[in-house]
Design a protein around this ligand. Structure first.
Ligand SMILES: [Zn+2]
Length: 279
């Protein structure tokens, strides 16, 4: 799934290429892709795209007076569409501009969970779906996070992935942040205190900065296998910091990857595939 660096770099690329383009039409190919009934997308017709921003993992196509919030979920992409074919492969919706290429929302796979929300620009951040997001991962302060950790006691890895608690991180960055903070993915947030919160905020910035630096070199959005990481996708390989072997705990949809020496005082955590203890 695209996470903060991928969405941010994509927003920057789209702004470079499409800002100023006048919207002619928003065309959903599946009626379920548009998640809102009002305002009508046609309120943006004839108006220029002011820019593409980001909140959490949402892309925000800003017009005045309305904004399109696009969530790509797992397999969604917002692609530059020069062909504008009548039945585009995996096509979910298309933004057609007066001149130049269109933007095509595609979603591979069968889940079909990507979506577009049309919201008033003035209240976009305080209306659903953005209203439900926690503070943006790059904007949360150590004090803010320490306070939130103290009131919400849960496993750190789960906390980092919960968009209502902190927005923008996903499975890959949760792994990378825990490793850089030298904290167990299963550390309880209620016990981390200000020192732990400080380490997590620093780790978020390091991991996101590295991800952004990589993503900004690309002409399109990476898939998670392309993205460089220290522990994510490196199970069985040596830790780049200490040379210990990267271990994992597997869940149905994802894998928690960690370095025992760096993160769990050498302790190897029981893997769900061999033990049900941690479930
Ligand atoms: Zn290590």
């Amino acid at each position: 799934m695209p996470e903060l660096p991928e969405v941010q770099a994509h927003a920057e690329r789209l702004t470079d290429q499409f800002a100023g383009s006048v919207l002619n039409a928003f065309t959903p190919f599946k009626f379920t892709v548009l998640k809102t009934a009002v305002p009508n997308p046609d309120q943006a017709y004839g108006l220029p795209l002011l820019g593409v921003g980001r909140r959490g993992k949402y892309l925000l196509l800003r017009f005045e007076p309305i904004t399109f919030a696009v969530h790509l979920m797992q397999g969604g992409r917002l692609l530059v569409d020069t062909k504008q074919s009548a039945k585009p492969r995996n096509g979910q919706a298309r933004f057609v501009f007066a001149e130049g290429p269109a933007l095509l929302l595609t979603e591979a796979g069968t889940e079909r969970r990507a979506g577009v929300w049309c919201v008033p620009s003035l209240t976009a951040l305080s209306d659903p779906p953005l209203a439900r997001l926690g503070p943006d991962a790059l904007e949360v302060s150590p004090d803010q996070l320490a306070e939130a950790f103290a009131t919400t006691n849960m496993r750190l890895h789960g906390y980092l992935r919960d968009q209502h608690l902190i927005a923008g991180l996903g499975r890959m960055l949760a792994n990378e942040v825990c490793h850089r903070a030298r904290l167990s993915p299963f550390a309880m947030t209620g016990k981390l205190g200000p020192v732990g919160a400080n380490a997590v905020v620093a780790a978020i910035h390091e991991a996101c900065d590295d991800g952004l630096a990589y993503e900004r070199t690309r002409a399109d959005m990476s898939s998670s296998a392309d993205r460089p990481g220290r522990v994510h996708g490196r199970v069985g390989l040596p830790c780049p910091v200490c040379d210990d072997t990267i271990r994992s705990v597997s869940y149905s949809g994802y894998t928690v990857a960690y370095c025992p020496t760096c993160q769990t005082a050498g302790k190897v955590l029981a893997d769900n595939t061999t033990s049900r203890f941690l479930k």
